[in-house]
Design a binder for this molecule. Sequence first.
Ligand SMILES: Nc1ncnc2c1ncn2[C@@H]1O[C@H](COP(=O)(O)OP(=O)(O)OP(=O)(O)O)[C@@H](O)[C@H]1O
Ligand SMILES: [Mg+2]
Length: 395
Amino acid sequence: MEAALNPYSPGSGLQPPFLAGREGEIEAFDLVVARTELSRPARSMVLTGLRGVGKTVLLNRLRGIAENHNWLTIRLEGRPGKAGTQEFRKDFARELQIASRRFSALKGKEPVLQFLRTVSSFSAGIGITGISLGVERDPMRGASGSLDIDLRDLVDDVGAAMRSLRKGVAVFIDEMQDLDDETLSAFVTAQHYAGQRELPFFVVGAGLPNLPGRLAEARSYAERLFQYRPIGKLARNDAEESFTVPAGRVGGKFEPSALERLLKASGHYPYFIQEFGSALWEVAIDTPFTGEDAEAAVAAGLRRLDAGFFPSRWDRATPRERDYMNAMAKDGEGPSGTGEIADRLARKATSLGKLRAELVAKGLIYSPEYGQVAFTVPGMADFIERQNLELPNSG
Ligand SMILES: Nc1ncnc2c1ncn2[C@@H]1O[C@H](COP(=O)(O)OP(=O)(O)OP(=O)(O)O)[C@@H](O)[C@H]1O
Ligand SMILES: [Mg+2]
């Protein structure tokens, strides 16, 4: 088919041609916005799910909703490690400064003026200069150097200004599980504080399935602070539409056997749908697509996944961590019992704790329940199996 018309979009965070099956989350967020603008309390959201299920594109979509309502919005991404923490704070200050500029024309209003002065002071404290909001800093606000305290000043002043405008402020944080403990607690505390003061400040998070656990560890009340929305593979009809609607717009049709084959290979996972759909478009010469086209597309799509999506995760693991994941792969998609894995590796379960923690920190596995582990990447076990077949001596 004509390559330029390929309607699928495999890739990290790429808006899909058709966002299927996320109406519930979109409606829930619409409601947060609507309630806020009526000065009613609303609970923020946290999206969680495995790799490639569509958390980032959904988070971006929610941000788009807030933007359409002229809210003050910021989008950030958690990054692991000490350097990641520094970068995150800088990004936060920079993005806040940039997003606030839109409101500088309203500085004649007292609460807006105070908000701009506090933001200027906060950003300067973190070392962000060069973006002027055209106001004097307020050195008494947002510049204590403690993120916890400074965030509260921000919530107070930005929140009051937005409330006076009947708008809200929303901080969208992707890969939120990668935030360090202190930053995570500061944002949870800020959200709690905003709720108590009825200020329209929302932290909207997205991350791996271990995120709710990390939030609860940071602050026990986190459980009640957010609406947790697990994002997963698509229901059958949504998966079907993810294949057929984009193709249909440019004249592509499916024979039932082709659609069946692709649905099965994708496991209804959004990333795989895009990859197989895109491969189908490349291998098919004509439409309607046949079962044979689909077979060729699955082979081509898998080759591409095995060259990109999977190794980009696998290659981050050390040899010992790979041994651990190899042992997990025996259980297919899992989950696996940590005791059993230890048996397979002829080790004591307790002696593997550190290795396991490193794999969690790298975002490769998570613990769905006490004493269990599972892959964060759908299809990882099959990938490992395929690799072992190719390299029979690699263990
Ligand atoms: N609802 C959906 N319907 C169809 N395709 C989707 C949907 N959501 C996401 N996709 C597609 O799935 C792929 C992965 O999306 P995205 O990067 O948002 O996933 P993610 O959950 O953030 O993954 P990761 O954990 O690796 O960051 C993209 O190619 C995107 O276009
Ligand atoms: Mg993502």
